[in-house]
Write a protein that binds this ligand. Sequence first.
Ligand SMILES: Cc1cc2nc3c(=O)[nH]c(=O)nc-3n(C[C@H](O)[C@H](O)[C@H](O)COP(=O)(O)OP(=O)(O)OC[C@H]3O[C@@H](n4cnc5c(N)ncnc54)[C@H](O)[C@@H]3O)c2cc1C
Ligand SMILES: NC(=O)c1ccc[n+]([C@@H]2O[C@H](COP(=O)([O-])OP(=O)(O)OC[C@H]3O[C@@H](n4cnc5c(N)ncnc54)[C@H](OP(=O)(O)O)[C@@H]3O)[C@@H](O)[C@H]2O)c1
Length: 502
Amino acid sequence: MMPNIIPNSPNVSAADTTSVDVLIVGAGFSGLGMGIKLREAGMNSFLIIEKSSDIGGTWWENRYPGCACDIPSHLYSFSFEPCADWTRMYPGQQEIHDYLKRCVERNLLAPHLRLNTAFKDAAWDESASLWRVTTAGGTRINARVLISGMGALHVPSFPSIPGRDRFAGPSFHSSAWNYDVDLEGKRVAVIGTGASAIQFVPQIAPRVGKLHLFQRTPAWILPRMDFPLSEKWRNRFRRFPPLRWALRQALFWRQEFRVFAFIGNQTLRKFFEKFGRAHLARQVPDPKLQAALAPNYQLGCKRILVSDDFYPSLNRPNVELVTGSIQEIREHSIVTQDGAERPVDVLIYGTGFRATEPLIGSRIVGRSGVEIHDAWQKRMTAYLGITVNDFPNFFILLGPNTGLGHNSVVLMIEAQVRYVMDCLKLMKSRDQRVMEVRPEVQQGFVEGIYSRMGRTVWLSGGCHSWYQDQKTGEITTLWPGSVVSYIRRTSSVSPSDYQFAP
Ligand SMILES: Cc1cc2nc3c(=O)[nH]c(=O)nc-3n(C[C@H](O)[C@H](O)[C@H](O)COP(=O)(O)OP(=O)(O)OC[C@H]3O[C@@H](n4cnc5c(N)ncnc54)[C@H](O)[C@@H]3O)c2cc1C
Ligand SMILES: NC(=O)c1ccc[n+]([C@@H]2O[C@H](COP(=O)([O-])OP(=O)(O)OC[C@H]3O[C@@H](n4cnc5c(N)ncnc54)[C@H](OP(=O)(O)O)[C@@H]3O)[C@@H](O)[C@H]2O)c1
């Protein structure tokens, strides 16, 4: 583990007002990537505020046993901060967190960071042409430019099962793992079989007395094929950087071509489905268990999972896969619809995040006095997923419709950081203080996105997923295309897309 290199944040007292050119909210991949590029361009008047006690975002919050990335390490990292030292093909949480800490250290970001500082609200002051921001602690910050790197997967989603609050034993969400709770020999219930659960279930199964795993929808799971990267290879990567670059390219294209299975290529999708079924059949010999784990929707409709140890962990005699839906949670048990009651000592939620409710808990009021959630009442939208009409000088990283189901989102973040930097440079070169996307440009972009969305497996694949808006069913989270197509779209800023003000 890396030692803590971020000094105690020099917190501004609540009464003070700080002024900066750029305020970044969130210190995950997005916020840190943005900070690195600002520093590189010599734009040093910026702050990164972060509500947690450490940097890393996803990779600090999620510390459950077995937490790891499902994109290879050499691709799930910044192209401008390459690392030859990854110890595995797929990096674990600790290794990614250490990598991000090294990024902070190497790029001298610590003086710009304010940890334990939650963004609360921002209002655009038209006469002063700046954002007036307040933090949860009452600190006021004036910023000409506001950048959200708040992420989409950090507010836990808990199921509304009757009696949930009555449970008397310890219970926690995967993203807030409670290591004080000793699971040794206990009767443990896990709700959910998504990307998080399939990672921690194999880790805890050998330790617990009994594990009841409550599955609502079986997932498509493909082989992970993780392996250690030996010192010999790490040395080669250090000595011949082009070798590292070539590996990154190969991994990129391997991931990238999968998108065709999502946006209409049935042959490719069926090929992956066959692969998934064979993986299940190979790892789960019991036909009844196999049938219970077989997905009944098209591959890719929900996030595809990768694991080599999840299925085998279900073959253990102390693990029970429960497919009946939960009727009620009691003080010391869980009751399913068929009336069966299972005694439980510890309850773990692997139930995901509130991904389609962006900027939860914060208020951002635009030029005409409308709050962003009201502006997004019908659906959340942003031009290129980045800029929003009526919200001048506001940029979102990993905003609406820019998530991915097939490749590393760090690639999307990099494209967006580049785009935002180009916007800032454009304002400077034109001697303008303010830029705002034209409404018709945003509208045209959104129409294009939704016309392409109809063909995707996310809408036609016969499932319900967190990619979809819970009210409308629309896909508001994913980019309906390849990473290459997104990089092309964001490769330059077209001044005619924006209105400027001095
Ligand atoms: C367990 C897990 C595994 C994942 N694995 C993969 C993977 O394999 N491949 C992949 O491509 N993606 C994966 N993802 C998605 C992952 O979230 C992104 O890859 C990436 O980490 C997003 O970075 P980010 O900086 O945009 O958001 P985050 O990492 O979520 O960071 C956002 C930061 O903003 C802070 N913040 C939020 N609101 C406020 C506020 N009001 N005030 C101050 N700070 C605030 C948060 O505390 C957080 O630190 C995974 C997600 C999870 C949860
Ligand atoms: N290594 C990785 O790549 C990795 C690891 C972890 C997380 N992630 C990212 O984070 C996202 C979230 O992952 P996650 O596993 O935390 O959440 P998730 O994928 O949203 O999975 C949540 C699980 O909880 C179940 N669930 C929700 N409400 C339920 C209820 N009332 N009763 C029974 N089951 C219920 C869901 O079932 P249904 O399917 O029926 O809704 C699903 O199985 C992933 O999609 C991925 O993008 C990635």
